[in-house]
Structure formats: C-alpha cells, structure tokens
Design a protein around this ligand. Sequence first.
Ligand code: DX5
Ligand code: ZN
Length: 218
Amino acid sequence: MIKIAPSILSADFGRLAEEIRKVEEAGADYLHIDVMDGHFVPNISIGPPVVASLRPQSSLVFDVHLMIEAPERYVAAFAEAGADILTVHFEAARHLDRTLRLIREHGMRAGVALNPATPPGMVEYVLPLVDQVLVMTVNPGFGGQKFLPEVVPKIAGLRRMVERQGVGTDLEVDGGIDPETAPAVVRAGANVLVAGSAVYGAADAAAMVQRLRAAGVG
Ligand code: DX5
Ligand code: ZN
C-alpha cells in the first residue's frame, strides 16, 4: 500500500489549520512538515512551536523532515512538539548512529534523508536503526522544483538493501512527485510519496491523493 504525505511547505501558512484539515479530509496518510534552518538549506521555514500548535488540530502522522545542521540538538524539542517520524539528513548528522538511537529513545520513528548526490550505501550499516529512508528527488530547500530522474536507480538499490537485510524500512520519496513522476518511483520500490505542490496546487485534493496512491498499480 502506497502512503501519501502532503507537504505543508506548499500550503498557505496564514491558514495552516484549515490547510491541514483539507489534506486530512482528502485521505492523506501523513502530514509532511519541512523544517529548514537557513544553513543546511538556503531557506527558512518553521520550527517546534508551529508543530506543537498544529498537533491538536490533526490526527495525521506527523512526518517531520529536518533540513537543519546538527539535528541532534532538536530531537527532544520535536518529540515534545508531537512529531511521530523524525527524519535527519545524512549530510547534516555527524554521528548518525547516535542520533537515530536518540530519536527512537524519544519514542519517535527514525528517518534518514539522502540528498540527490549521496549514495545509498551511506545507510547500509545503520539500516536496522532506520524506520524510513527519505530519498530526495530534488535538492532540498524549496517546493515546486523539477524531479531529478537520475535518482530513481538509488531507490531500487535501497529497496534491494532493505530486502537483503530483512528489515521493514519504508522508502519515502520527496521532491517533484506528481502523477507523471510517481509511477517510476513506485516501480523502483518507494512506498511513501511526499507531494507538496501537486496536492496543494490541485483543484481537487482528494482526487490528487487517489491518483498518487494508484501510481504504479497496473
Ligand atoms: C523540499 C522539501 C519537500 C517539498 C516538496 O526541500 O523537502 O518536501 O516541500 O515539494 P514538491 O512536492 O512541490 O516538490
Ligand atoms: Zn520534505
């Protein structure tokens, strides 16, 4: 079953509670929350206080994607704010193994994100500690960018690694996902699709969630 995670980066920040209700009613599985620090990526978005304010507004799984340097500093804050899945970037977490254990110790599911240039092997020896690998199919920092098709073989490589190790790690794909690009990533082995502009830009969000979830079927 393919899970759909709309990214609130493409929502209207002035009406966030309403925008979240909209995708929950549209049948989304997760709410993807992009956290940016202006250092790891050139953009600045939101932090723990906003996540904490949104928590009582929604029963969706909060899938928090940290695009910040030294993310271990904020694990406790995001746990307290109500994150369910906390994903850190391989490129930003110097002691990745320790950080993944810290995330789980705080009762959250642990994720690792890989930038387009980062090889899949970087997670090989920590995979049993990883509940979700997030494969970036754009360079992180902004919504609405063009999908990078050269990353697709990396998803297939990670799927083989997950099977070889017999772990239940989810493979999430983030960046430029729409009904045109989704089938290729699902065929390669992705089972969680982040979609920002595709869902928030759609006239009918529920229909878009359905179309994305059906990607790769048949
Ligand atoms: C990019 C973010 C993505 C972004 C996706 O740095 O991690 O989650 O919001 O937006 P779309 O789906 O528009 O590429
Ligand atoms: Zn993201």
